[in-house]
Design a protein around this ligand. Structure first.
Ligand code: AMP
Length: 434
């Protein structure tokens, strides 16, 4: 007996997925609202490559950040360059800012972006290896109003999309002047508690004690309650900056919550950090809709002049999941079909192909099912699509230059000359609008 040959099949790589047609409307909707609001608040679009030189991220984000340490897709090219798939957008934008000498442009330079990012994490709810973010960056402005405006613009994107039940967590993590002191205070507090920390936290204690606050283990969370809070240790400048942000947020009625444990994992942040959290999420910090902060040192770390900047990034996948869960209505992106072209026979099919093109130029929406030969089957499609009129071109009509115009609601039909078809539809459309 001949052995059955196993057929090789393929699947999307772990942690990635296809965006199938029924879901496209969410993507289009988010991109549209992001574009409209970003433009309103004065942000211009920027696109950067999806891979960069790997050290851009290791220097920019910090070697001990989780993203660089564990999640970056790094590869060597045939030419020996070490590249990384971008795990986030900010470092690339800072690189572009420097590369294109954008510091000579009027500041702040306000940019927005949208695209795929890559992190090697274990796939779970709302966590993918290829995921998508949109983000806002305001570079060259140290005033707290820039922080408030990034938060405000992002907040209104969510609102405009119809997403509800979230709040904004904010904290200040200080600057080069005050943070080291707080780091020492935090370390001396935790030193006596080391034995009670989990093994991850023991390592965090050594490498980056602020990450002690990220731990989800119950005993570590409990210990956190008695830990010192940075707000008490901010220098005057950071304190005032933070106070101003809160005043701006109050003024614009944004629902924020002070969160002294929010540090965000990246080295490049200073002063403000924020995240958008869902109210009913059991583990909101793990399923944030987005977040960001001030990164006053990043441009300098990457070789530029000290340049204050602030930004935030927001995840499409989580937003879409919430839009679905909250049954958010998406306006139809496909225009309603007005006319359906039905045909019988090769000559009629050819004419219909041409007629479709003529309709496209007029802006009237048409649909077809040229692969079907039965008129009955085509009328069924027309009905399903909600076409208001069907133009039927049979073998006889194709030869004698006529066409049948059928009104779907009444079933009434009339025969008109083919060259009058568009005009007849236009007339009926105009009559309906009256
Ligand atoms: P982050 O800067 O890491 O806080 O990311 C900002 C936002 O991007 C998060 O709040 C998520 O909405 C989204 N995000 C980050 N990582 C992932 C991931 N692996 N899968 C899906 N969304 C993500």
């Amino acid at each position: 007996m001949a052995s059955k040959k196993k057929i090789q099949t393929y699947q999307a790589p772990k942690g990635t997925y296809d965006i199938l047609p029924p879901d496209q409307k969410y993507w289009e909707r988010i991109n549209k609202i992001v574009r409209e609001l970003a433009v309103f608040y004065g942000f211009d679009r920027i696109d950067t490559p999806i891979f960069e030189e790997a050290p851009l991220f290791s220097r920019g984000l910090g070697l001990t950040s989780e993203v660089v340490e564990k999640q970056m897709y790094v590869f060597r090219t045939r030419g020996g360059d070490e590249l990384a798939l971008r795990p986030e957008g900010t470092a690339s934008i800072a690189r572009a800012y420097l590369e294109h000498g954008m510091s000579v442009l009027p500041q702040p330079l306000k940019l927005y972006y949208s695209g795929p990012m890559f992190r090697h994490e274990s796939p779970q709810k709302g966590r993918f290896r290829q995921f998508h973010q949109w983000g806002l960056e305001a570079i060259g402005e140290g005033d707290a109003v820039a922080d408030a405006q990034v938060i405000q613009a992002a907040f209104h994107v969510f609102k405009e999309l119809g997403i509800s039940g979230f709040n904004i967590q904010v904290n200040s993590i200080g600057c080069k002047k005050c943070r080291p002191h707080f780091r020492d205070v935090l370390k001396s507090h935790y030193r006596s508690l080391l034995k009670r920390l989990c093994s991850d936290c023991k390592r965090r204690f050594k490498e980056n004690p602020f990450r002690l606050f990220d731990c989800k283990n119950e005993p570590c969370v409990a210990l956190r309650q008695s830990a010192p809070q940075i707000i008490e240790y901010l220098c005057e400048e950071c304190h005032n900056h933070f106070k101003q942000i809160l005043e701006f947020l109050d003024e614009t009625n944004l629902p924020y919550i002070l969160n002294p444990y929010l540090f965000r994992g990246l080295d490049y942040y200073s002063q403000t950090v924020f995240e958008f959290w869902l109210e009913n999420e059991p583990n909101p910090g793990n399923f944030a809709l987005g977040g960001g902060g001030r990164y006053n040192y990043l441009i300098e770390i990457l070789g530029g002049k000290p340049t204050p900047a602030v930004g935030g990034a927001f995840g499409f996948e989580r937003m879409i999941e919430i839009m679905k869960a909250q049954k958010v209505k998406i306006p139809e992106v496909r225009p309603k079909i007005k006319v359906f072209l039905a045909q019988l026979g090769i000559l009629a099919k050819r004419r219909c192909l041409k007629l479709m093109e003529d309709f496209r130029r007029t802006g009237i929406t048409v649909a077809e099912s040229f692969g079907r030969d039965s008129i009955k089957a085509q009328l069924r499609v027309a009905d399903r699509l909600g076409a208001e009129w069907v133009l039927i071109l049979g073998q006889k009509e194709a030869l004698d230059g006529s066409i049948i115009l059928r009104e779907m609601s009444s079933g009434a039909q009339e025969i008109i000359p083919q060259e009058k078809a568009i005009e007849a539809i236009k007339k009926r459309l105009a009559a309906k609008q009256k």
